[in-house]
Design a protein around this ligand. Sequence first.
Ligand code: G3H
Length: 247
Amino acid sequence: MQKLAAGNWKMNGLAASLAEIEALATAHPTPGCDILICPPATLLSRVSDAALGTSVQTGAQDCHPKDSGAHTGDISAAMVRDAGGAFVIVGHSERRADHGEDDALVRAKAEAAHDAGLIAIVCVGETLEQREAGRTLEVVGGQVAGSLPDDATAEDTVIAYEPVWAIGTGKVPTTDEIALVHADIRARLTARFGADGEGMRIIYGGSVKASNAAEIFAVPNVDGALVGGASLKAADFGGIVDALGAA
Ligand SMILES: O=C[C@H](O)COP(=O)(O)O
C-alpha cells in the first residue's frame, strides 16, 4: 500500500506559510509516499491552489456532519472538496477534548466525508490515565469500533493512532508499544472489514520528528504518520517524508 505522510498544521499558518508548500513540493517532486498537508480552513483554498499539479495533497482538520445549513463557524465536507481538499481529519483528540466530540459524531463526520468523496483520517488514542490503568487496547478498540462507518474501505479511510499523552510533548511510546496497538487495530479492522481492513492505512501520530521517524516507520502495521509541530516547516517535514519513502 502507498504510505502516507500527513501534516496537521492545527491552528497555525498565515499567508506567509504558503512558501512552505512550494518548498515541500519542490524538494519532493516524486516522493515514495503520499504527502498531505491539512492547513487551517482559512488557508485550505490557497494551499490547494499552491499544491495543484505537485506531489502535495491537501485536506481539512474537521468537517460538520451536515452538508449545509445554520451552523455558524463550521465547514462541510462538500466545502472542503470545493476548496481543493481530498482528505479530512475527524475525531482528533484536540476536538474530542475541546469540543466534546464523541465516537458517534466522529462517525457521522466520517460518513459525511465519504459522501463528499473525501478520504477520512479517523483519529483514536488513549490518555495517559487510561494507559496507566492498562486500558489502552480497550479504549482504542472502542474508538475504532464506534468512529468508523460500516462501509469504510481501504481507499476512503485512514486510521490515525495518536496517544494523547504523546501529542506535542516530545514523549513517544516505545516501538513495542506502538506495534502492539497497531497490530490490535489491524486485527479489529480485518475482522470487521475483511480485505479492506487489511488494506486500510494505520498511521501513527504523536511527537514524530525526522530524528525518530525511521524507527517508527520500521514498526509493523505503521503505514505513515500524522505530524503536528514538525509539519509546519518544509525542511522538518521533508525529513519525515524521506524516512517514509525509504521505509
Ligand atoms: O495531528 C497531529 C498530532 O496531534 C501530533 O502532533 P505533534 O506531532 O505536534 O505531536
